[in-house]
Design a protein around this ligand. Structure first.
Ligand SMILES: *Cc1c(COP(=O)(O)O)cnc(C)c1O
Length: 219
């Protein structure tokens, strides 16, 4: 199958999931996760009208996205992988949305960089809903206090929450937990759902889904 067909398939499944819970068509944002794919593999997605992309590494992204962004207006690039504070400068310069704010040190580094560069990057807080030791993210129980610190102490406008449920578990309860935490923080944006579970995530209130292999193929 060609990329265009796979992209269309994902788009129509998103539309069906939106309709299934009576959400307006087009209300769920598709973040096409292009990590590990080079610029030539990504261009067909851009040609097919996709404008929102996700990458998990700053350095890898620097090797392809400045060029791709210069070729096409309106690209929106999301960082969906862990961020080290020594990469905050580069991340703020390249990305439009950073979905993986997960500790005070990184929040501070981002606040400082945005001020220095005079650029606003939209931010999500990553929540480790499964409390997995190897996974990044704020513990569910610490989320409200962390969002509060970002807002009040650092002056950061947090846009929403993001999670990656444990691979072997039913994702539904994790999506429900993220939705509940967001509501408690007065946040309306939820980044959740990947190739295997994005329709479930939409049913639980995802406002954006991060879909990689279902669009670009196996990595
Ligand atoms: C790779 C990745 C995705 C996309 O995963 P697929 O299963 O290929 O859709 C989504 N979110 C994050 C954080 C990722 O690292």
């Amino acid at each position: 199958m060609e990329l265009q067909e796979r992209l269309n398939e994902v788009r129509s499944r998103i539309a069906e999931a939106e309709a299934g819970i009576k959400r307006p068509a087009g209300s769920v944002q598709l973040v096409a996760v292009s990590k590990t794919f080079d610029a030539d593999a990504i261009r067909p997605a851009i040609a097919a009208g996709q404008r929102v992309f996700g990458e998990n590494r700053v350095q890898e992204s620097q090797g392809k996205w400045p060029e791709l962004k210069s070729e096409t207006a309106g690209i929106e690039l999301h960082l969906i992988g862990p961020l080290q504070s020594n990469k905050a400068e580069d991340a703020v310069a390249l990305f439009d949305v950073i979905e993986t704010v997960d500790r005070e040190k990184i929040a501070r580094a981002l606040a400082d960089e945005m001020k220095r560069q005079g650029k606003t990057v939209r931010l999500y807080v990553q929540v480790n809903t499964g409390l997995e030791p190897q996974k990044a993210g704020i513990a569910p129980g610490d989320t409200a206090a962390f969002v509060d610190l970002c807002r009040k102490e650092l002056g950061l406008a947090i846009e929403g929450l993001m999670c990656i449920p444990p691979a072997e578990e039913n994702p539904g309860p994790h999506f429900a937990l993220l939705a509940k935490l967001a509501k408690a923080c007065g946040l309306t944006k939820l980044s959740m759902g990947m190739s295997g579970d994005y329709e479930t995530a939409i049913a639980f209130g995802a406002t954006s889904v991060r879909v990689g292999s279902a669009i670009f193929g196996a990595r």
